[in-house]
Design a binder for this molecule. Structure first.
Ligand SMILES: Nc1ncnc2c1ncn2[C@@H]1O[C@H](COP(=O)(O)OP(=O)(O)OP(=O)(O)O)[C@@H](O)[C@H]1O
Ligand SMILES: [Mg+2]
Ligand SMILES: [Mg+2]
Length: 481
């Protein structure tokens, strides 16, 4: 069956296992603070999260509540009871010799998330299950000068609450996987149970196979881009093997972020028998009773529909604006004034400029942005000038300064839109100094006119109105014959 198909036409099958740190104040089974990132190693520890003999876990209810919130948001079925289990393995990141996790009675099972497929159509991705577990410690591997390796271990992270979200193998491309993760992250942030900006907040195991062949699992990828890259690499690697008539080994591979490749593990250490059994120190949870108290906020899909309805903006803009709760909140602060124009400028310009500068939207004062949109609406400035002002504003914020209001910048730098006759001399000069362009124009090359418009825009620092400039320049050329 598979042999008759061209290798490049084999379907790509992807399933993800996503570990997300929940942003509770304290750890899953003790009261150590989870806010460890700026502190020395092993300063947020106690007998429980160090796994000392005799220490008993005490369940953090907040974490259960957060996990249930996620389960409800992704439409999972909540069972009557949920139970913790011990997952036994020996590794220095886990001093107890077992991780408290969940096995056959997870918090929730069988849900759905809808994403865009590669054609932009809605696609349902089935969620297999969500379970709660504790994070192990963190190992730092070092090489000393005599090249003998050694490892340091930090238990600050030990017992931070995680949820593991497992999907069915419903994703069909690396881009889909990326979109799934983006939407999942957005949902978790809407729910306020997760902070995706924190280092180590999300770790993904990406499973991938080609139709009719064995699956490979790329473990512990720590960025969204990394997942996409690892999957792209795997598709090429697996296709090449199949082309050469070799079998794909079912194995665990590691993704090397820096080099963008995956490598096979030397040992078979992952092929563990975890000897799961119910955790005797924690009672089963009657989760069905908890879930009734959970109220969900407005989620991305609902917000998107409301934005379209309330502000009359396009589907694409609504998708972009609701793809991140901070962007959605910013938009709602400024939307009253010119909702459509504001949507365009946030979605099509502001986000790109922020991304380019590695800045976050909540650093932008809403009043500055509102004023910029007003100036545009009143046609006091051109689009070009607006982009320049936006860039100046963001650069100032980035340098830690308080940016001037756009109206003040316009005044100070004389950036107000001019009428074409104000630029009479500039237009004449440009026409006179570009005889080649005039000749091209006469021989019907439309680019020539664009070139002249561009020159005038440059000379006027973008103050001329490109919409009228086309005609004006045409008239000048005809007049000057
Ligand atoms: N043929 C396949 N191709 C790609 N992915 C697959 C395929 N079959 C299953 N998967 C995915 O592999 C993952 C299986 O994860 P699961 O946790 O159930 O098992 P595991 O990987 O064997 O165990 P572990 O939790 O120890 O990693 C799921 O995300 C599932 O969608
Ligand atoms: Mg798993
Ligand atoms: Mg797995």
């Amino acid at each position: 069956m598979a042999e008759t198909k061209d290798v490049k036409d084999l379907k790509v099958i992807i399933g993800l296992e996503i570990h997300c740190q929940l942003n509770t104040k304290t750890k899953l089974f003790c009261s150590c603070s989870t806010d460890y990132r700026n502190d020395e190693p092993n300063t947020h520890v106690c007998p429980i999260c160090l796994g000392l003999p005799g220490a008993l876990p005490k369940l953090n209810k907040q974490a259960v509540y957060y996990a249930l919130k996620v389960a409800k948001a992704l439409n999972l079925e909540i069972p009557e009871y949920s139970e913790f289990s011990r997952k036994n393995y020996f590794y220095p990141d886990l001093p107890k010799g077992y991780q408290i996790s969940q096995y056959d009675k997870p918090i929730a099972e069988r849900g759905i998330m809808i994403i865009d497929d590669d054609e932009g159509h809605d696609k349902e991705i089935r969620i297999t299950r969500i379970h709660l577990e504790e994070d192990p410690g963190r190992l730092v591997h070092k090489t000393s000068r005599d090249r003998v390796g050694y490892s340091l271990v930090d238990y600050n992270r030990s017992s931070i609450p995680l949820i593991e979200i497992v999907t069915e193998p419903d994703l069909s491309s690396p881009k889909e996987a990326r979109r799934f993760l983006n939407k999942l992250r957005a949902t978790l942030e809407y729910l306020d149970v997760f902070d995706g900006e924190k280092e180590g907040a999300i770790r993904v195991d990406a499973n991938i196979s080609l139709e009719g062949h064995k699956r490979v699992e790329c473990k512990n990828i720590s960025s969204y881009k990394g997942v996409e890259k690892a999957l792209l690499f795997e598709i090429t690697r697996q296709r090449n093997l199949i082309r050469r008539g070799q079998e794909i080994a079912q194995e665990t591979r590691h993704f090397l972020e820096g080099r963008g490749i995956t490598t096979g593990s030397r040992s078979k250490e992952e092929e563990n028998d975890y000897r799961y059994f119910p955790e005797p120190d924690l009672k089963p949870l009657k989760v069905k009773d908890w879930v009734n108290d959970i109220e969900l906020p407005e989620l991305p899909d609902a917000k998107r529909e409301r934005f379209i309805e309330q502000y009359n903006i396009s589907l694409n803009h609504a998708k972009t604006l609701t793809g991140d709760i901070k962007v959605a909140d910013f938009y709602e602060l400024i939307a009253e004034n010119e909702p459509v124009l504001s949507a365009t400028w946030v979605a099509d310009t502001l986000l790109g400029e922020l991304y380019y500068r590695d800045m976050k939207i909540d650093s932008v004062p809403p009043e500055n942005f509102t004023e910029l949109v007003t100036l545009l609406k009143e046609k006091e400035i051109t689009d070009r000038v607006a982009v320049d002002i936006l860039r100046m504003t963001l650069d100032e914020i980035k340098e830690g300064k308080k940016p001037d209001l756009p109206s003040a910048i316009v005044k100070k730098l004389g950036l107000g839109k001019g009428s074409d006759n104000e630029f009479d001399e500039i237009i004449r000069n440009i026409i006179e100094n570009n005889p080649q362009a005039i000749e091209d124009f006469h021989s019907g090359k439309s680019n020539a006119l664009n070139f002249l418009v561009g020159q005038v825009m440059k000379e006027t620092r973008g103050r001329a109105d490109p919409k009228t400039l086309n005609n004006t320049i045409k008239e000048y050329i005809e007049k000057m014959e």
